[in-house]
Design a protein around this ligand. Structure first.
Ligand code: PLP
Length: 374
């Protein structure tokens, strides 16, 4: 049995049998030749259905998550939308109250039109979650750690709750990646990733993935929907995502080390009201995070004393942390989340979210301390 880091380097990245190329080939062909009898010698028909570069990525992520099947999509939003649209008409979905704001907006605008019923619930509260379940609940959607409050959901407990109610559990594991957390082993049915983030790892590719514990009806439905609705990734995106996956364990170790140093420095700073990082002993779910995750990742949020104006001023004084959205790249980013969450922001007004990059931790801490000093 290969260890995780070894698997990450080799899964889906076997040398090309045609040419011996060590780096996986990038196949841009949109179409694949039929045999004289009309059959498909390689099982491939058309790029929108499947393509060999994407299949390599899917095989690799399936191995890393310990799943049965993976589907790659154009974006994380496309992956999530596909699951929601693949549910039976009239299905009820339980969503976290602090779900990534794109999915909240999607359901609020289109959920009803698609015949879905949904409730936003604090998944850290087992009683509230149980109370939200209905006979027609088909999916509990968790996001752990959550964006941007770094809340932790008890994946094993939610899986038991979902299965007891005849529903499935999806975990958006974008912040954790397969390196830090294995939701399928904890009982989840589907893992969702925005591959745009840590998996791609260089802020230069968009992708989304669904990993299924069983290659069963919902996976088949999502494959069919990807094919017909056309939410497929391009081969170049698949190739870049596969490239990112191979160095993911090394990058996540460094991101986590830096984030730990940044979180500790912020927690000790008088201008900082609160730090949200599951690796801090003061995080309300630190024990759960330590049980469920191998390490705590590269995302840190903190609340600046003085609210919105102070937070915006601190963000503007940072030099190394670039003020931009997204996360998971080599460079450190800072963002005032309430400013980008639309008309009804759910993030506290003084909250800044950091994607802690791969620079030296001392430089990042010094940048933050200078910006906080005013
Ligand atoms: N899930 C989480 C936790 C995210 O942070 C994001 C994007 O920021 C998404 C999903 C959506 O992914 P994408 O931007 O690739 O569509």
């Amino acid at each position: 049995m290969m260890r995780f880091e070894t698997l990450a380097v080799h899964a889906g990245a076997e040398p090309d049998p045609e040419t011996g190329a060590v780096t996986p080939p990038l196949h841009l062909s949109t179409t694949f030749e039929h045999a004289p009898d009309g059959s498909l010698p390689h099982g491939l028909l058309y790029q929108r259905y499947d393509n060999p570069t994407q299949q390599r990525f899917e095989q690799a992520l399936t191995a890393l998550e310990g799943g049965a099947r993976t589907l790659l999509f154009a974006t994380g939003m496309a992956a999530g939308t596909t699951v929601l649209q693949a549910l039976p008409a009239g299905a009820h979905v339980v969503m976290p109250d602090d779900v990534y704001h794109g999915y909240r907006a999607l359901l609020q605008h289109y959920g009803q039109r698609w015949g879905l019923h949904f409730a936003f619930v604090d998944l850290a509260d087992p009683d509230a979650t149980r109370a939200a379940l209905r006979p027609d609940t088909r999916l509990i959607w968790a996001e752990s750690p959550s964006n941007p409050l770094l809340k932790i959901s008890d994946i094993a407990a939610l899986a038991a709750l979902a299965h007891g109610a005849g529903a499935q559990l999806l975990v958006d594991s974008t912040f954790a990646t397969p390196c830090l957390q294995q939701p399928l082993a904890l009982g989840a049915d589907i893992v969702l990733h925005s591959a745009t983030k840590y998996i791609g790892g260089h802020s230069d590719v968009m992708g989304g993935a669904l990993v299924f514990r069983a290659d069963a009806a919902l996976a088949a439905e999502c494959w069919n929907l990807r094919k017909l609705a056309g939410a497929s990734a391009s081969p170049l995106a698949a190739w870049l995502c596969l490239r990112g996956l191979r160095s993911l364990p090394a990058r996540m170790a460094w991101h986590g080390r830096n984030a730990g140093a940044v979180a500790a420095a912020l927690a000790a700073h008088p201008q900082v009201e609160r730090v949200h990082y599951p690796g801090l002993a003061t995080h309300p779910q630190h024990a759960l995070a330590a049980r469920q995750m191998r390490a705590f990742g590269g995302m840190v949020s903190f609340e600046v004393r003085g609210g919105r104006e102070s937070a915006l001023a601190v963000a503007s004084r940072l030099r190394l942390f670039i003020n931009a959205t997204s996360l998971g790249g080599c460079e450190s980013l800072v963002e005032h989340r309430a400013s980008v969450e639309g008309a009804q922001p759910t993030s506290p007004p003084g909250l800044l979210r950091l994607s802690v990059g791969l620079e030296h931790a001392d430089d990042l801490v010094a940048d933050l301390q200078r910006a906080l000093a005013g």
